[in-house]
Ligand binder design. Sequence first.
Ligand SMILES: Cc1ncc(COP(=O)(O)O)c(C=O)c1O
Length: 362
Amino acid sequence: MLDLDKFYNKHIQEIQPYIPVDPTEELVKSSGVKSQDVIRLNANENPYGPVEGILNEIKTSDLSIYPDSLQRKLRSSLENYTGMNFSELVAGAGSDELIDLLFRSFVSVGDSIIDCEPTFGMYNFGARIIGAKIESVPRNNTWDVDIVGILSKVTPNTKMIFLASPNNPTGNLLNEKDLLEILKTRIIVVVDETYFEFAGVSLAKYVREYPNLIILRSFSKWAGIAGLRIGYMISNSKIIENIIKIKQPYNINVAAEIAAITILSNPELSLEKVGIMLKDKRKFESELSKVKGIKLFPSMGNFVLIEFLDFNSTDVYNELASNGIFVRKFSDTKLRKMLRFSIGTTNQMEILISILKKILKV
Ligand SMILES: Cc1ncc(COP(=O)(O)O)c(C=O)c1O
């Protein structure tokens, strides 16, 4: 019998997989509720989906040809939207692919990265795939990054520092002063602005001043096309050129490309949905802020993290799931008593508030 194990990189063989969200059919099976009654509030998706007209654009595009490897039309549309230059932009199959490409560009086995937990799990996952060391610098009680801790972990082997703003799952922004302090390390600093449109605040203005700064953005959340997988990177032209050199030539499929270009031809239409979700987030926060025994963390994203002080968060999770509402739970100790609620449609949020109030007996 051929021993396949001996071929694997040791760190790959031992890797713990990233835990993705389940498709709706699986949620139906596990909860016993009907498909139309499932409310997905566990992946910060945008339940309104994309603006009208996208499907028609996809239908009339030529799916028989490969997409443009240099993403010319898409990068021109992004130029207008971001105010950056063509050479400072490149798209990826979601921010996720761009995170992966950054690891391949900058990190080797034995190097290290700095991760400020709790945060998005893909930075940690990317490091483990490469076989890099993860220096975890926990955030403080208000979820701000610990600058002194970060600076103390920098060594000649440190290759990247990951900072999400707004951070997932905590919802807070990276403050500008902290970023400038971290940029002085001259290590590659990745600011993940996947939720930028909800926060309306960006640190991209520092890209031209600091050659070590990389910004990531996405169409998954604000524009409602998580299923098409498209995001983009803003950085200086040298970093962008190198990403273009190593990426899969046709990483953005024709459907995703045309969808993004259509969205960018009138971003206001998608931003209207963002406005509705922000309004519903405020309503959710105001309804729940009156409830004793729970703590809400202020969020600049399309999600809210809640700590259940006088309730068992697993019971709350299970009761919500038995009603067809799926939220995000966490296994790490610091977040064990917390659940993250994505903002759904106005109707979904009304159902959530009413069921949650029943569960919490208010
Ligand atoms: C902070 C953060 N970055 C990146 C992503 C991945 O986004 P995309 O769908 O563009 O790959 C997510 C998704 O939840 C996220 O929360």
